[in-house]
Design a binder for this molecule. Structure first.
Ligand SMILES: Nc1nc2c(ncn2[C@@H]2O[C@H](COP(=O)(O)OP(=O)(O)OP(=O)(O)O)[C@@H](O)[C@H]2O)c(=O)[nH]1
Ligand SMILES: Nc1nc2c(ncn2[C@@H]2O[C@H](COP(=O)(O)OP(=O)(O)OP(=O)(O)O)[C@@H](O)[C@H]2O)c(=O)[nH]1
Ligand SMILES: [Mg+2]
Ligand SMILES: [Mg+2]
Lengths: 292, 279
């Protein structure tokens, strides 16, 4: 673990005499390796480690009794600070049903998360959700959402043919007619470099003015996380991020990277395949996990 | 002898950064940089301008594999089992494989819909089977996946199929009971058809980071993976974790997924892959 390797380094350094600032840089290489193995973005790490080094030097870590522990503490504090304040509120629309749009790469967990989020808002906040099947590409995507809706007892709005933009737009009137006060759009997975499909998402945003736009990301993403997330953010101005599959053992460095690059809040995490497996995001817990 | 000075550490840092950004992981990247430094010191690399080519060749050698083809049974049916974590691209990869065997090679293909858990998993595979023009064996949702395989294996033999491809539910390698289930599915197929499964493919999402190495190890311990499919390589992720996987587990990439259509499957070419990785 990082704690062990840092304490080993400092034991060896003490053996050689006094610890200098140069040693701090050596130690930072070890921290860098640990965080790269946890999938933290190489680019985000450059700035992060510079901040941590300055703090370590400023706090005169080299004079402390346990410099290894002090450095770990600084790294942990900086990680928690970077994760941001807990912000899991959903922007509710006072004038019409609240609209939430889910977007993201293929297979990230959007359709499942639509069901989980609907259930969360219903159970926790007494809302009445409408699920919208706006993925008209993937074979049986509509079936998948309908089965989820049926299992939870929530209506699913879908059309037999028709473009996602229109489906989303018409679902708002449907929700108003049927007394649903929150609408969740399930969209098809797509690459951030697929211009026509990114345009389709921008169209949906323009036509429906969502109250929340959630980027749904797989917790096991590697270095490419910053590329896809920053492109989705740039094109859609996302309002929040959901990380899925955190029930696995991926260290989740992408959470730190995407948070750092987009500056947007991580609101929820998916922790299992079943529809009750969603939790509000807790920054400190994530920092512990990334540090291993 | 000609004095050539020491290697440019700056240039090595640049190359290390390229490898890191490609998801090769810090330990693999550092060990390769060490190899470059050594090769330069030994005179194997004569000029700094040769370093990148040397690196490219080294990576190609690492990834190259004698047997890159999919294994084939001595007598049909060839059985291919497909596994991987949730959402990696298994079902779509199977559709592509089915299309290739049926429409490019004229083979008789049968699909086993052994994902009996996820909403609309069977419907998804069935739609693909119809689209591509192959047969499918499926049970009710919630049925025992091993039972589906059992029936599919019988059907493959009875109907004189050339290829049987088994789709399994996505699962995380941390779910011990589900990994046991996967092992059970493999054993059912082994018992029913001699030599089966002839190919066990682990589908990895090209966007995966270092967890790809853990996935490969755990899935291989459970069902003896014979090859990787690197899906979603049409995105911007480089999939460099496969270098560590080959280095540490000797599991080769056999196929790459480059899109969402039935035709979007290609054999793995180490030279093309390395060129894209280093750009
Ligand atoms: N273990 C686990 N599996 C999850 C989680 N969220 C989603 N999944 C699984 O991940 C897979 C993909 O989920 P989907 O909801 O179909 O993903 P998607 O983003 O809608 O996929 P596309 O529509 O094809 O882009 C399924 O097998 C889900 O059951 C999670 O939090 N934990
Ligand atoms: N761009 C791109 N998308 C792909 C590729 N392969 C699969 N996909 C997409 O990834 C998503 C998930 O694919 P699936 O085949 O459902 O994945 P899976 O592993 O069977 O998922 P589960 O059964 O839920 O675990 C779908 O939207 C596919 O169209 C690929 O090579 N490129
Ligand atoms: Mg979906
Ligand atoms: Mg599947």
């Amino acid at each position: 673990t990082l704690t062990e390797s840092l304490s080993n380094i400092f034991r060896n350094l003490r053996g050689k005499g006094t610890i200098s600032e140069k040693n701090i840089h050596e130690v930072m290489r070890e921290v860098r390796t640990a965080l790269l193995e946890a999938d933290v973005s190489h680019k985000v790490l450059k700035t992060f480690l510079k901040d941590v080094t300055e703090k370590a030097i400023g706090q005169e870590v080299i004079k402390s009794i346990r410099p290894d522990q002090q450095i770990i503490q600084i790294v942990h504090e900086e990680l928690v600070h970077l994760m941001g304040e807990t912000d899991t509120k959903i922007n509710l629309n006072q004038k019409r049903p609240t609209v939430i749009m889910m977007a993201g790469l293929q297979g990230s967990g959007k359709t499942t998360t639509c069901g989980k989020l609907a259930r969360f808002l219903n159970k926790r906040q007494g809302m009445s959700p409408l699920l919208v099947a706006a993925d008209v590409q993937r074979p049986a995507a509509i079936d998948q959402l309908q089965i989820i809706g049926k299992e939870l007892g929530y209506p699913v709005y879908s059309e037999d043919g028709g473009r996602p933009q229109k489906i989303c737009r018409r679902s708002i009137a449907y929700a108003e007619e049927h007394g649903n006060n929150v609408i969740i759009f399930d969209t098809a997975g797509r690459l951030h470099i697929d211009e026509p499909l990114m345009q389709e998402l921008r169209d949906i945003v323009r036509l429906t003015a969502p109250d929340e736009i959630f980027l749904v990301c797989d917790a096991m993403l590697g270095q490419d996380a910053v590329n896809s997330a920053s492109e989705f953010n740039k094109q859609l101005e996302i309002s929040g991020i959901v990380f899925t599959k955190l029930d696995g053992d991926a260290r989740g460095g992408a959470v730190m990277s995407i948070r750092a690059i987009t500056g947007k809040p991580v609101k929820f995490v998916g922790v299992g395949e079943k529809l009750d497996k969603i939790e509000e995001f807790r920054p400190a817990g994530m920092a512990d996990r990334i540090l291993g | 002898r000609i004095f050539k000075g020491s290697i440019s550490e700056e240039r090595l840092d640049e190359l290390e950064e390229i490898m890191l950004k490609a998801d090769m992981g810090p330990r693999t990247a550092v060990s390769i940089v060490d190899e470059l430094r050594e090769a330069y010191a030994d005179g194997e690399i004569k000029e700094m301008s040769e370093v990148r080519d040397f690196l490219g060749n080294r990576l190609v050698d690492l990834l190259a594999q004698e047997e890159n083809e999919l294994n084939e049974a001595e007598k049909p049916p060839t059985v291919i089992m497909v596994a991987g974590v949730n959402g990696s691209g298994k079902t779509t990869t199977i559709a592509k494989l089915a299309h290739h065997f049926k429409n490019n090679l004229g083979k008789k293909v049968l699909l086993a819909a052994s994902d009996t858990f996820r909403a609309a998993a069977c419907e998804q595979l069935e739609l693909w089977a119809n689209r591509v023009g192959v047969e499918i064996v499926k049970h009710q949702s919630g049925a025992d996946p091993a039972a589906v395989c059992f029936d599919a294996a019988d059907a493959a033999v009875a109907r004189g199929m050339d290829v049987l491809i088994v789709d399994t539910a996505g699962r995380l390698h941390t779910q011990t009971n589900l990994m046991k289930e996967l092992n059970k599915i493999r054993r059912v197929v082994e018992k029913k058809i001699p030599g089966a499964p002839h190919e066990v493919l682990l589908v990895l999402d090209a966007t995966v980071g270092q967890n790809g190495l853990v996935q490969s190890k755990e899935f291989s311990d459970a069902i003896q993976v014979t090859g990787l499919v690197l899906a979603k390589l049409d995105g911007t992720a480089k999939g460099g974790v496969v270098v560590s996987i080959k280095k540490e587990l000797d599991i080769p990439v056999k196929l790459i997924g480059v899109g969402e259509k039935a035709e979007d499957l290609q054999p793995f070419d180490p030279a093309d892959f390395v060129e894209a990785l280093l750009e």
